[in-house]
Design a protein around this ligand. Structure first.
Ligand code: ZN
Length: 158
């Protein structure tokens, strides 16, 4: 009799907690790839689409994987997040920083940034969503010189 009661209790507990856990995970993290052909990709296919974060996310976890083989000096990629209107100023700032500083912009307008990666490397960052507002116009892009012409997409909060 006690065993049967215990089983019912466990079933109910799992049914209640499981869907919430899946929902949070699918909206508060994203994995994007960088390629040797100067593009972002998702599951091996070129990707420049929006990344959508849930408006209830307190933090967002972003992983960038460079799936190519080229060195950082020739085909380095990073993932930088900022308001769309800041893109030009930030890429100019990154160019000024140069290769010795991995084209890392120092502008305060940068909301999130990964390391500059060579082929085969990956980096995961977690950033607070509190500094982003719902309905804001945000873009993610690569600050390696010239790359943001193609390597960019919108970051949305929904
Ligand atoms: Zn790049």
């Amino acid at each position: 009799m006690m065993t049967k009661f215990k089983n019912v209790f466990l079933t109910v507990a799992v049914a209640v907690s499981f869907p919430a856990a899946i929902f949070a995970a699918s909206n508060c993290e994203f994995t994007i790839e960088g390629t040797d052909t100067m593009s972002y990709a998702k599951d091996g296919k070129p990707f420049s689409g929006p990344i959508t974060a849930g408006s209830d996310c307190k933090e967002f976890k972003l992983t960038l994987k460079h799936t190519g083989k080229m060195p950082k000096t020739a085909m380095g990629h990073n993932w930088v997040l900022a308001e769309t209107k800041e893109l030009a100023a930030i890429t100019a700032d990154a160019a000024k920083a140069g290769p010795s500083k991995d084209y890392k912009p120092s502008a305060p307008a940068v909301l999130a940034i990964t390391k500059l990666l060579a082929g085969g490397e990956s980096d995961t960052i977690t950033f607070a969503m509190g500094k982003l507002k719902k309905g804001g116009d945000y873009t993610y892009f690569c600050t390696f010189p010239g790359h943001s012409a193609i390597m960019k997409g919108k970051f949305e909060i929904k």
